[in-house]
Design a protein around this ligand. Structure first.
Ligand code: FE2
Ligand code: FE2
Length: 290
């Protein structure tokens, strides 16, 4: 069943940044992974806001809880006041550690729209930026090597119809395993959405491109967290699991570099076409929090 009877929520973006009129700058950052991820995003956000002056910031936090599991109240509070406008998620939002009451308290926290309607949370949010542009943010999840939930093509199509009178443009966080599925979704809605970026793999891809009708595509933003383990987790634990196939509780990587990965999508406000995609990879290993 598609999430077609959900109400989308609205809020106003942080009135920060001083960008040129006519261009909307959307900063999207990949999965914030565990304790290292919180440290990374906390250090990175002030620097990224100053450097890129985004009009809208969307960050995927499905792994922000300790150990990379779900969204705990404590971890969510840690990223409340650092300039993030919308929090997207994915399959890990349903980990036991997630505090589901957060959905009732903060409509900026999304879960993929194509999960069952009866589950908590919403899959889209509308932000009115400081320039008065109404941006619809949709969070959707792929099907390949993922849970058998609602069809993501149908879910986006229905949500675009439902949003059309309330938004000036739409961007999509597609939480999926396969680059081909993410690209197919972007092509399906080329010209109808301004950008589609991928999350979930924790590995940034270098395939940014603008499709013929103006939709910006990047298959995966990568990770915000430790990059010297295995997709944000301790290498030894991951290796042991890979060799033995015995269950192992993942541990967040504790040593090495901390990197905030994602991309800046520049969108022409008049046409809603993406005109530039700039990859972001900020190493904050040696910067102080303050
Ligand atoms: Fe993830
Ligand atoms: Fe995921």
């Amino acid at each position: 069943m598609l999430a077609n009877n959900q109400e989308h929520s609205t809020s106003t973006a942080h009135a920060m940044g001083d960008t040129a009129r006519g261009m909307l700058r959307v900063l999207a950052l990949g999965d914030v992974c565990g304790e290292a991820g919180v440290k990374t995003i906390t250090r990175a956000m002030p620097i990224l806001r100053e450097s890129y002056k985004p009009d809208l910031v969307v960050v995927n936090i499905e792994n922000i809880g300790d150990g990379g599991r779900g969204v705990t109240r404590e971890s969510f509070q840690a990223v409340q006041d650092i300039g993030i406008d919308v929090f997207s998620t994915g399959n890990h939002i349903w980990d036991f550690e997630t505090d589901l009451s957060l959905f009732e308290e903060d409509e900026r926290l999304l879960r993929p729209i194509n999960y069952a309607n009866k589950l908590p949370g919403k899959g889209s949010h509308i932000v009115t930026t400081s320039k008065g542009i109404r941006v619809g943010v949709i969070n959707v999840q792929g099907l390949h090597h993922m849970a058998s939930i609602g069809n993501p093509f149908d879910a986006i199509e229905q949500e675009l119809i439902r949003m059309k009178d309330d938004v000036d443009l739409v961007v999509v966080d597609c939480h999926a395993e396969l680059a081909e599925e993410k690209a197919a979704l972007a092509f399906a809605f080329d010209g109808k959405i301004s950008a589609l970026w991928g999350t979930h793999t924790h590995i940034p891809t270098a395939d940014e491109r603008i499709l013929p009708q103006g939709t910006g595509l990047l298959s995966d933003l990568g990770i915000c967290g430790g990059v010297d383990g295995v997709i944000g987790f301790d290498g030894a634990t991951s290796l042991d699991h890979a060799i033995t196939h015995l269950p192992r509780r993942n541990e967040i990587v504790k040593k090495g570099r901390l990197v905030a990965s994602g991309a800046l999508f520049s969108i022409d406000i008049t046409t809603a076409r993406c005109v530039a995609i700039d990859p972001v990879a900020l190493d904050v290993s040696f910067r102080s929090v303050s």
